[in-house]
Write a protein that binds this ligand. Sequence first.
Ligand SMILES: NCc1[nH]cc(CCC(=O)O)c1CC(=O)O
Length: 308
Amino acid sequence: MTTPPLRIGTRGSPLALAQTHMTRALLARSLGVAEDSIAIEIIRTTGDVIQDRALSESGGKGLFTKELDSALIAGGIDLAVHSSKDLPTHLPTEIIVAGYLPREDVRDVFIGRGGMKLAELPQGATVGTASLRRAAQVKRLRPDIKTALLRGNVETRLKKVESGEFDGTLLAYAGLKRLGLADRATELLPLESFLPAAGQGAIGITCRADDAKTRAALAPILDAATGFALAAERSFLAVLDGSCRTPIAAYARLEGENLVFSGEVLRSDGGEVFSSSHSGLPVDAALIGYHAGHDILRRLPHGVAGLA
Ligand SMILES: NCc1[nH]cc(CCC(=O)O)c1CC(=O)O
């Protein structure tokens, strides 16, 4: 049997490339072909170009995916590798999320200047982050801490803490691990106060909906448990996230037969938190996230926008 040569599209950041090489290695092994028979195409996205503003202020959704979607639709690539966290809940009808690789550790880590832990930061310290969720979660614990926009790739952010421009930052442990930088984490943050972003730690793979060959090639490397978790988290996000300007966290995991989901929405200053937990059968994943989302919506008199 001959296998058609597959072309993978990716962003060019070091993390995106690390994730793409992981995906290619798994795919090559599963298909029994040489890794270099699967081509990697680097595609620059709008999100890579904008560096000076918060992406939530730059027109919202799909900034890391639009150009990859277009390349898929045009047939220039057959699959695209994404951080699921950066995948919008609505994709063009021609594109589907084929599935997810087994999830990494979902937790956030704190990286403190000079190895300081979050609780050890002096009064009024400045934490850099581009994430509304992390900023709100930090302020919920430490209202005295200031947060400032810190964007750029993981290495850039680490450097800005080292140089003293910020007293600390928060990053996904998964990203650090995949970059071989796990030892840079000062502290692993607990899920109770730092519930992660929907999709954190999961690599998602998109392809053309009508491309049965690529879907079949991908099937053996995809992880069903991660798929259920992400279905719940993404449906929660779809219910609540109209604007991208509201701090939202969501995390689901399989516990025995059950899918256990927790989600929360925070006021930007961390002064209020609305949480909801639901569990049920994995087949009902999307419904579980949907119920949790509406459970919170009912408690917001001014809707999600009222929390910005
Ligand atoms: N928005 C950037 C982004 N997208 C995915 C990850 C980390 C990897 C992951 O969550 O799978 C990161 C960096 C970070 O949040 O530290």
